[in-house]
Design a binder for this molecule. Structure first.
Ligand code: NDP
Length: 253
């Protein structure tokens, strides 16, 4: 039910943080993983780490997820070199932490392009290959900011709210093709992204510990299981959902 042998998965932003955690889970379950990100040194190191836990079939393809031609190249190269595409994890993301009155249009666009338009570009490009193969799985990474707002994160929250609605729309459109589209909403996870957040947002570390029922930050390996579930036949009747992986952060009253 959770077997991914013979499946090919792309993980955008798979060279670190949550993406690397998900990539490792998929590899352990048997998938061939394509790490898709910009920094090729980091991607090479990630491929080695994935191959240590998986069957040794991971590879890296350089991509800028905000660029249409680059994304189309990623999908073409994956299908040509691996022969198929079964799973797409739209995980790449950035944040620029400023209140709305200080955020420039260029910064707004950079965040929206990287976090939201990228998911459209990758899914749009992946759809024909998945349809031809008779099905597929798309996993979009949202955030607690898909649910909540914060004064310092207008573009990021808009992009992550958009991810949930985009997920639902794709799920409705592509269910007939046996393509399931779901979102994962991480709580506060210890990665490069949040190292910067802890420097920029006063009291964040203590607030996360106080507010999270599990009383800890998440780690990338917390995402191995949800990646396997949403990529495998175990989730064939699950589509359009947004599943928090947050140690209970979003249900604490
Ligand atoms: P990291 O900063 O560790 O990883 C971000 C990844 O995105 C990197 O692999 C980076 O690779 C890639 N990336 C960024 N921009 C681009 C681009 N233009 N093209 C291709 N790849 C790109 O962050 P996290 O692991 O924390 O974040 C992963 C996802 O999880 C993001 O969508 C984030 O919003 C989300 N998330 C994280 C939370 C957390 O607490 N950490 C909480 C909620 C959501 P490279 O620089 O090599 O391109």
């Amino acid at each position: 039910m959770f077997d991914l042998k013979g499946r090919v998965a792309i993980v955008t932003g798979g060279n670190g943080g949550i993406g690397l955690g998900m990539a490792k889970g998929l590899a352990v379950a048997g998938a061939s993983v394509v790490v898709a990100a910009r920094n090729s040194d980091k991607s090479r190191a990630a491929v080695d780490a994935i191959n240590q836990v998986g069957a040794g079939r991971a590879r890296a393809i350089e991509v800028d997820v905000a660029d249409e031609a680059s994304v189309n190249g990623l999908i073409d190269e994956t299908v040509k070199s691996c022969g198929r595409l079964d799973v797409l994890v739209n995980n790449a993301g950035i944040n620029i932490r400023k209140p709305p009155d200080q955020l420039t249009l260029a910064e707004w666009r950079e965040v929206l392009d990287t976090n939201l338009t990228s998911a459209y570009l990758c899914s749009h490009a992946a759809y024909p290959a998945m349809k031809k193969a008779g099905g597929g799985k798309i996993i979009n990474i949202g955030s607690m900011m898909s649910i909540f707002g914060a004064s310092f994160t207008p573009a990021y929250a808009a992009s992550k709210g958009g991810i949930v609605q985009f997920t639902r729309s794709c799920a409705c459109a592509w269910a007939k093709d046996h393509i399931q589209v779901n979102a994962v909403l991480p709580g506060w996870i210890d990665t490069e992204l949040t190292v910067r957040a802890r420097q920029q947002v006063e009291g964040l570390h203590e607030n996360v510990l106080r507010r999270t029922p599990a009383a800890r930050w998440g780690v990338p390996d917390d995402f191995r299981g949800i990646a396997v579930f949403l990529a495998s036949p175990a989730s064939d009747f699950v589509t359009g959902t947004a599943i928090p992986v947050d140690g209970g952060y979003s249900i604490q009253g």
